[in-house]
Ligand binder design. Structure first.
Ligand SMILES: [Zn+2]
Length: 95
């Protein structure tokens, strides 16, 4: 079966086949989970909402790490990055 639906997690990939694995965020296409973003435990262990939060947090962390690499001697920037990283951890744990 062919389909065209946007990856609900990263929104950057168009699925063209059922059960296709997104090459960007590794979400697996699942029609049932796409109908209900809060449904966990289909082809993907996490729901779209949970996986999306995890993925976006991961992206944000990578951006911050890149920034830390770019400004390694700027204490103010590094301290801010450290604070944001730890609040991202809390956001994931408490969700
Ligand atoms: Zn994706």
């Amino acid at each position: 079966m062919t389909l065209t639906s946007k990856c609900p997690v990263c929104e950057r990939h168009m699925f063209t086949r059922e059960f296709e694995l997104c090459p960007i965020c590794e979400w697996q296409q699942d029609n049932i989970q796409e109908d209900d973003y809060s449904l966990a435990g289909g082809l993907n262990k996490l729901s779209v909402n949970q996986y999306k939060l995890q993925w976006e947090t991961q992206q944000a962390k990578q951006d911050l790490i890149q920034m830390a690499i770019k400004y390694p001697s700027d204490r103010v920037v590094l301290d801010r990055i450290k604070n944001v990283l730890s609040s991202l951890e809390l956001r994931v744990v408490h969700n």
